[in-house]
Design a protein around this ligand. Structure first.
Ligand SMILES: *Cc1c(COP(=O)(O)O)cnc(C)c1O
Length: 370
């Protein structure tokens, strides 16, 4: 049995650090600091939706965001009473009604989504809170930034919607190059300027995700949407935050293979000498073979060995108990073979902790906060 271990101490460290960082620009004119919107989508990046949200609530976080209606409802069922923003628009009447009954803040990203919600609001005599989504170059949800007049007319035609916020999303804030991210910010601010000129009250403004938050303090606006930074696993660097989540498992087999022996599907690897191997019961279903440390080594191997070998997992590494081991052959759905030649300490059944990409870990695996 595998367990995903989550260190409360490390997680608290990250939360405190992020809470300090949102105060870096000082309070605004009303004395408020930048608000943290904790993004807990994807089963809270694999850390367990309800447990993670409860943990953050205890640390004083009171505003959450999710990507799907299911996540929003699950949080309410678990008794979470904090504000919950659904970051994606919904287009079905029954879904909208369920979400409103559960007091979920909805995202309005088009005239159609606004009109549907407005009709329901009128019928049910509600004044639902919404956030308007502006598309500043992501090409997914949102009013096109070039058409602020569409935002204006939508607001005018939907008087029952209470605009609690306006937001946009960066497509490349993890990049070392700020140019595109700055461009997106400017596009967003140009829409806000039009709202201002038309005396529309727009509430809180937010555009930064974790990587923008870590890199660009000037882009904080009124709120920041932080997901991966809590887990210390933000693409493009973790800026001193602790990596959260290690997979605990046991070595399932150890043996010596002779020289020239095949390992794994597709016969992509033959031992170059007599080799001592350990089999670990982890694989793609645990998000293993996709991320972080492996990526780094893949970059090196890309240069050295060409694309073909990357696909075959050659030069992929495992970080186990803080040490690095080579993966031999292809990683399977549930199994990985590593090279432990010369190592006399590792034993069958021994408990080991492995660096994994938590977001992909099977939901059936227990999450243990300790
Ligand atoms: C996932 C997501 C975030 C959080 O992204 P991180 O980089 O993990 O902080 C913020 N906003 C939106 C719209 C998202 O989908």
């Amino acid at each position: 049995m595998k367990t995903l271990l989550i260190s409360k101490k490390d997680l608290s460290y990250n939360v405190e650090k992020i809470k300090q960082m949102v105060r870096r620009n000082g309070p605004d004119d009303q004395g408020n600091y930048v608000k943290i919107i904790a993004v807990v989508k994807g089963n809270a990046y694999g850390l367990g939706l309800v447990e993670f949200t409860k943990f953050l609530s205890q640390k004083g976080i009171d505003f959450f965001a999710v990507a799907s209606p299911e996540e929003a409802i699950e949080l309410r069922k678990a008794g979470i009473e904090a504000e919950i923003l659904l970051l994606s628009p919904v287009c079905l009447q029954t879904e909208i009604e369920t979400l409103l009954e559960n007091n979920i803040i909805l995202t309005i990203s088009s005239k159609e989504s606004a009109e549907m919600l407005e009709q329901i609001a009128v019928k049910k005599e509600l004044q639902p809170k919404v956030h308007l989504k502006i598309d500043t170059g992501f090409g997914r949800y949102g009013f096109l930034y070039q058409k602020p007049e569409e935002v204006l007319s939508t607001i005018k035609e939907c008087p029952h919607l209470e605009i609690q916020g306006v937001f946009s999303h960066f497509s490349e804030s993890f990049s070392q190059k700020p140019k595109w991210t700055e461009e997106q910010l400017n596009r967003f601010l140009s829409v806000i300027e039009v709202l201002k000129l038309n005396e529309i009250s727009y509430g809180m403004l937010h555009i930064s995700n974790s990587s923008a938050f870590l890199r660009y303090p000037t882009m904080d606006l009124n709120a920041v949407r932080i997901g991966s930074a809590f887990t210390g696993r933000t693409i493009g660097g973790n800026f001193g935050l602790k990596k959260i989540g290690k997979l605990k498992t046991n070595i399932s087999e150890i043996k010596n293979l002779p020289k020239g022996y095949n390992i794994g599907y597709g016969n992509t690897y033959q031992t170059k000498k007599e080799t001592k191997i350990a089999v670990l019961p982890i694989g793609h279903s645990d998000g293993f073979g996709i991320d972080g440390i492996e990526q780094k080594f893949k970059m090196i191997s890309k240069i050295k060995m060409g694309i073909k070998n990357i696909i075959r997992n050659q030069n992929t590494k495992v970080e186990m108990d803080g040490k690095i081991y080579s993966v031999l052959g292809q990683i399977g759905m549930y199994h990985t073979v590593i090279d432990i030649t010369g190592n006399e300490n590792l034993k069958v059944g021994q408990e080991v902790e492995i660096e994994v990409r938590t977001v992909y870990i099977d939901n059936r695996i227990e999450r243990q906060y300790r």
